[in-house]
Ligand binder design. Structure first.
Ligand SMILES: Cc1ncc(COP(=O)(O)O)c(C=O)c1O
Length: 377
């Protein structure tokens, strides 16, 4: 059956703009693209330990059987949420099926009509989608720009309404980090509720930057995800008990969906235990070393990258066609580097995005950057 004409036109436009997306096979070449920053997704130790845990505790069910509010609140949920509370020094936590669901649930249900949401202009799509579903008004502030945020906070302070400020501790498409300490101070003085998405910080900066920077008591909520640094699946919102009780009652992406399988939860539990082990710490250290080495090499080769201390490093290459061409050359030469195209990022801000890992060798880093230099310099 033919697609409705408007849909076909939209697809044709994507092709014309060189921005058509299609699914590919999982790659086997050198990984500079996955979010498996410290190699947990392919860790046999985590896989085996999860299996042992499930067998030892006689947990033999494959699925949750329902929403957590109906039949799906398996005992593994309590075990993992208590572990999260301890590791992340939070009063309470609530596991969602993914980071997308967590952000959708939070932003669609917490800010109310008459409230204001101030968000960084480069905020992740899951937060934008949550905001779209909210009855609150929303305004973006310039990326990582404290002065602009301050100006907006002063403008939107009103009686009988709440202001929510949201940012990411590591931006997914830039790899950079805002001045979270100054932002927290600003939110404190203006009584705004501060929310930080830590998706790309967990496992890269230990338990996340909020804890590294001692900001636990300054944030209203944190969103952490398990599909990136922890190499498994799912996400959680960390906050006070009252917030968590509210979300259980009103976050529709939490209520109207089947819970995670016991196996998925056991994997999260094992991944956290592994993160705290000697081996887990070694892997985080190797990643940090690789990040430092990558930065040194970009300087040596005079390559222009967005400033970042995280595992994500981006080289701006204007134009979908050009960035796709360079990515495909690097892929042909054995390096899986992804082009990030507009409209995912603004036009002319297209980029090559390198994700670094504990398991990348120094030689691989030098090789890929030397090749990149031949294409862009
Ligand atoms: C900043 C940020 N938040 C949330 C998400 C969504 O997390 P998940 O992949 O668990 O749905 C992502 C994933 O790309 C992300 O980059």
């Amino acid at each position: 059956m033919d697609l409705p004409i408007k849909l076909q036109q939209k697809l044709d436009n994507r092709i014309a703009q060189n921005a058509y997306r299609k699914l590919g096979d999982q790659h086997t070449i050198t990984d500079f693209s996955s979010n498996d920053y410290i190699g947990f997704a392919s860790s046999e130790a985590i896989f085996e330990k999860t299996h042992e845990f499930l067998t030892k505790n006689k947990i033999k069910t494959n699925g949750a059987t329902g929403s957590r509010l109906l039949s799906g609140n398996h005992s593994m949920y309590t075990i993992v949420e208590e572990q999260l509370n301890a590791v992340h020094a939070t009063e309470a936590s609530l596991i969602f099926n993914s980071g997308y669901d967590a952000n959708l649930g939070f932003f669609s249900s917490v800010p109310q009509r008459g409230d204001v949401i101030l968000y960084d202009e480069f905020i992740h799509a899951s937060i934008r989608d949550g905001i779209q579903l909210s009855n609150a008004k929303s305004y973006k502030f310039k990326h990582n720009n404290i002065e602009h945020l301050e100006e907006m906070l002063l403008r939107f302070q009103q009686e009988n309404s709440s202001v929510f400020v949201v940012t990411e501790s590591v931006f997914s498409m830039d790899g950079d980090t805002p001045d979270l300490v100054s932002m927290a101070k600003l939110c404190n003085t203006t009584q705004a509720y501060f929310i930080i998405d830590e998706a790309h910080a967990l496992g890269v900066f230990s338990d996340g930057l909020v804890q590294e920077l001692n900001l636990v008591n300054d944030v209203f909520a944190r969103i952490i995800t398990f599909g990136k640094g922890l190499g498994c699946h799912g996400a959680a919102i960390l906050g006070g008990k009252d917030l968590i009780n509210y979300l259980v009652n009103f976050a529709r992406s939490f209520i109207y969906t089947t819970g995670l399988s016991p196996h998925a939860l056991a994997t999260i539990q094992t991944a956290y235990t592994y993160l705290k082990s000697k081996k887990g710490k070694e892997l985080q250290f190797q990643l940090t070393e690789n990040i430092l080495f990558f930065k040194k090499e970009t300087q040596r080769l005079n390559l222009n990258f967005i400033e970042s201390d995280s595992a994500i490093h981006c080289c701006i290459i204007s134009g979908n066609e050009k960035v796709k061409e360079i990515a495909s050359q690097l892929q042909k030469n054995g390096f899986h580097v992804k082009p990030i195209l507009s409209p995912t990022v603004p036009k002319n801000q297209e980029r090559l995005r390198f994700c670094l890992h504990s398991y990348n060798s120094k030689e691989e880093i030098t090789n890929v950057l030397e090749q990149l230099a031949t294409f862009v310099l």
